[in-house]
Design a protein around this ligand. Structure first.
Ligand code: BEZ
Length: 326
């Protein structure tokens, strides 16, 4: 009898908690963005709606501003199940899974509107997300983004030669490091909270940034030129720890997916809207030149970048095809 009981318990453990209703849980969600940022606001809106949809059974506490650590640390905690969810830059994901760097192909899209369409509809981007459970131990539910990358420079820029040898702040990930190295700049990896001081005290000459934060965090005040080239997308992913996911019932997974996707879509749409409104505002700032350029400004840097990245990120041609058809 004892043996039979043991066997039954072992079987129940094997099939997991799917047989029993998921335990009520207070979940932790980590972000690096500060409270007023659109990613944080939509994470909080998602948490509220999840609580209502599960009649208070599942609650999510949102920790902004790296309170749970930097993104590498958050990802590690998600693998152990200590953190349940995150809105995380694709930069960090691409540090773990180089294939995602295909989404950082320079000039893959022309502007934020195209970035939104591609991230919402691309089967190739979706297929990359589907690799996250086996490669990282997290479930990718969808994409968000920050605005496409521009260069905000404390030294005037007229041509690409003006960037040579200049220290440029980049978010730490290899795709952008290589693009900058090809351009002859000195890429200087730095997390967001350090950027303002570094640009004001001359630790860096320029920064890679979106227009939203250029205005909201007042980087433009330190700049002589904003080079608006839309050089690279800056996607984000909504992810759930594989352990947390395993403990949710099928219905709860559906609810979490639908609500998170809804708020990721809001992030995409609002980011596009804000960035579109901010370009004319930036053009009105006194003493600031806004230089709008195309891919030709960068010479053959894109071809050089692809030579390095095509073997590591084989989805590049499929993404290019999808982007061209938008
Ligand atoms: C950045 O590192 O530049 C960044 C990170 C999150 C949101 C926007 C920008």
């Amino acid at each position: 009898m004892k043996r039979l009981l043991h066997a039954t318990a072992a079987m129940a453990a094997l099939v997991g908690l799917a047989l029993s209703p998921a335990q009520a849980k207070e979940m932790k969600m980590g972000l690096i963005t500060p409270p007023p940022h659109i990613w944080t606001k939509e994470a909080e809106a998602f948490a509220e709606e999840l609580k209502a949809a599960t009649n208070g059974k599942h609650t999510v506490v949102v920790y902004p501003s790296r309170q749970l650590g930097n993104e590498a640390e958050v990802l590690q905690q998600m693998q152990s199940g200590a953190v349940d969810m995150a809105f995380m830059t694709l930069a960090e994901i691409s540090n773990r899974v180089p294939e995602f760097s295909a989404l950082f192909t320079p000039f893959l899209v022309k502007n934020n509107a195209e970035a939104v369409k591609l991230l919402k509809t691309s089967p190739t981007a979706k297929a990359l997300l589907d690799t996250l459970p086996s490669k990282v131990g997290v479930v990718g539910l969808g994409y968000g983004m920050a605005g496409v990358r521009q260069i905000v420079s404390a030294v005037p820029i007229k041509s690409i030669a003006d960037l040579k040898g200049r220290k440029i702040r980049v978010t730490p990930f290899p795709a952008t490091r290589d693009f900058n190295t090809i351009l002859g700049t000195a890429p200087t990896p730095m997390p967001l909270p350090d950027v303002y001081d570094a640009l004001s005290n001359g630790q860096v000459d320029a920064i890679e940034m979106d227009l939203e934060l250029t205005i909201k965090l007042k980087y433009w005040e330190l700049a002589k030129t904003v080079l608006v080239s839309n050089q690279m997308m800056f996607p984000m992913v909504g992810i759930v720890s594989g352990r947390t996911w395993r403990d949710l019932s099928a219905d709860e997974r559906k609810t979490v997916s639908e609500l998170m996707r809804k708020h990721l879509d809001v992030v995409l749409d609002k980011t596009e809207e804000i960035e579109r409104a901010f370009l004319p505002q930036l053009k009105e700032k006194e003493g600031l030149e806004v230089l709008e350029v195309g891919q030709e400004f960068y010479g053959d840097a894109l071809a050089e970048w692809e030579k390095i990245w095509l073997p590591q990120a084989p989805a590049i041609p499929a993404l290019r095809k999808e982007a061209a058809a938008l």
